[in-house]
Design a protein. Structure first.
Length: 424
């Protein structure tokens, strides 16, 4: 249960931050955000504030920002014969349309729709109170709301507040804003982790930071601040090289070249054997040097983000050369397994995992695949070059194909993760 709660909190935070990026830039551009949803599936809670409806849905597997005019925005198509109820203002203009059987409006006028245009003309015509002898037409106010079949009340989407009505540059900002926010979340999280840890590990240095009590290193006379410049005659420029050299010699004598101040010593040690991921390695009980400066803690957020970014690009680039490998991907099952491990190790590890996942999700969303933010951005660039957008039918087909491919990949990755983590 603890792992499940942490998983929902981590994934929820990443989703909220991502979607808030789209939300904020859409609002700034003048695009109507009809709904801001956390979760997918059936609605649990809904609250309208200004022109946006905020919803909490059953499945904590994502979220979305529903912008007017996009293909994932349900059209307010009221087919002929649809029974609705209308709320009118004192000017006999429609302010509210109830198309749901789950909601009852006390002041609603029963109305059978004959025709409607809620985007341009803003009119609705039909038959009132079951009287089909007289066709009535009402003007719909620009900010009117419609209660949809599932009971969610959202604002109608006139064409002037739709996504396609704003400039190509603003649309590009809206599409990339979620990715940008995930990078920012990762950077801030890594900075927080550095402060909680009291500093940043300097693995690029061969200087010893800590010595464990009663360890091989302490018994050999090693001290914090010493530099191990060579192991068995092989130079060691950083702590990673030191660890790799010592790990290779469990219960085997190792000769260290150590600088203590101005003096240089030769110290022989026999690393203690321990097991890591099923493999025996040698350890002597030394820890990496920590940089406790304010500057280092702030810089860690940026440098560690760059390390993750460049490493991921290297993996993706390698796949282009050597072929697709599904083991390079992880889905919800892998995320849950990593969360389970992080939960056992404390708050800093959980935060570090959240930052790592946020950066990873940002990178994946940047891929130029239709249905992802990178694919949408690619279509924006194509529109800017052609000086006209793709036909809605073509864009819809491209997006549908991209979504199908992503769904197929998600299923494959999830099954592969299930086999890796639960069937081995």
């Amino acid at each position: 249960m603890e792992t499940l709660i942490v998983f929902i909190l981590i994934f929820g935070a990443i989703v909220i931050v991502h979607e808030f990026g789209h939300f904020y830039f859409a609002k700034r551009a003048g695009v109507l955000v009809r709904e801001f949803s956390i979760g997918m599936g059936p609605k649990l809670l809904a609250k309208r504030y200004h022109e946006t409806t905020y919803t909490l849905r059953l499945l904590p597997l994502g979220g979305y920002v529903r912008m007017a005019g996009l293909q994932d925005d349900e059209e307010d198509e009221l087919k002929a014969g649809t029974p609705v109820s209308l709320t009118l203002n004192d000017k006999q203009q429609v302010t509210r349309i109830n198309a749901s059987q789950k909601v009852l409006l006390n002041d609603g006028i029963p109305f059978e729709v004959a025709n409607s245009d809620l985007q341009e003309a803003l009119v609705i015509s039909g038959y009132e109170n079951g009287d089909d002898s007289q066709l009535k037409q009402y003007h719909v106010v620009h900010d009117a709301t419609i209660i949809e079949k599932d009971g969610t009340e959202v604002q109608i989407a006139p064409v002037d507040v739709q996504f396609q009505s704003v400039s190509i540059f603003k649309r590009m900002l809206i599409n990339i804003a979620g990715v940008m926010n995930n990078f920012i979340l990762g950077i801030l999280t890594f900075i927080l982790v550095a402060f909680l840890a009291g500093g940043v590990a300097r693995s690029d240095s061969n200087q010893i930071g800590t010595i464990q009590a009663n360890s091989v290193a302490q018994q050999a006379g090693l001290k914090s601040g010493d530099r191990i410049t060579a192991v068995n005659g092989q130079k060691t420029a950083d702590f990673i090289a030191i660890a790799q050299a010592i790990n290779q010699h469990p219960k085997q004598k190792v000769n260290l070249t150590v600088s203590q101040g101005d003096a240089q010593k030769k110290i022989a040690v026999t690393p203690k054997a321990t097991t890591n991921n099923g493999k025996k390695i040698g350890v002597i009980g030394i820890g990496v040097k920590m940089d406790q400066s304010f500057k280092a803690k702030i810089a860690h957020g940026f440098t560690y983000t760059w390390q993750i970014f460049s490493a991921t690009l290297k993996v993706l680039g390698g796949m282009l050369v050597h072929g697709f490998d599904i083991n390079n991907f992880g889905g919800p099952v892998a995320m849950y397994s990593l969360t389970s491990q992080a939960t056992k190790m404390g708050a800093s590890t959980i935060l570090n995992l959240m930052g790592l996942l946020s950066i990873s999700i940002a990178i994946m969303n940047l891929l130029p695949i239709p249905a992802l933010d990178g694919g949408k951005l690619l279509l924006n660039i194509l529109e800017a070059i052609r000086h006209k957008p793709l036909a809605p039918e073509k864009e819809g087909m491209i997006t549908l194909v991209g979504f199908a491919l992503m769904l197929l990949l998600l299923v494959a990755v999830t099954w592969n993760d299930f086999q890796r983590f639960f069937m081995r």
